[in-house]
Design a binder for this molecule. Sequence first.
Ligand code: ZN
Length: 116
Amino acid sequence: MDTKEIERFRQTLHKRREEILNASNHNLEAARELGTDGVSDIADEGSVSYNRMVLVSLSEAEKKRIVEIDDALARIKNGTYGICQSCGEAIGDKRLDVKPEAQNCIKCQNGAEGKR
Ligand SMILES: [Zn+2]
């Protein structure tokens, strides 16, 4: 995967992350009231403590989604984005277009869901 593609996925991930966080905007307000001065960029990877506070106020499904997105962003950073975490094969652009935070290729994903 070239850097242009990765950048596109990175932006998609950031956008989705913001969408989830904006959807629980009232929760963000509550988090602010707890005293988080000087932190304005919610997408900033550096504002971990602020993110934690926001996470507390999200639903389980939203939390899971954010964690998956953060994991994907971390993989972009360390250069393993787009590689299946189970078998090490490429996940494939088509799957990443649908689910940019995907950790596994469709084969491993189906296998994992079958076990549950
Ligand atoms: Zn796989």
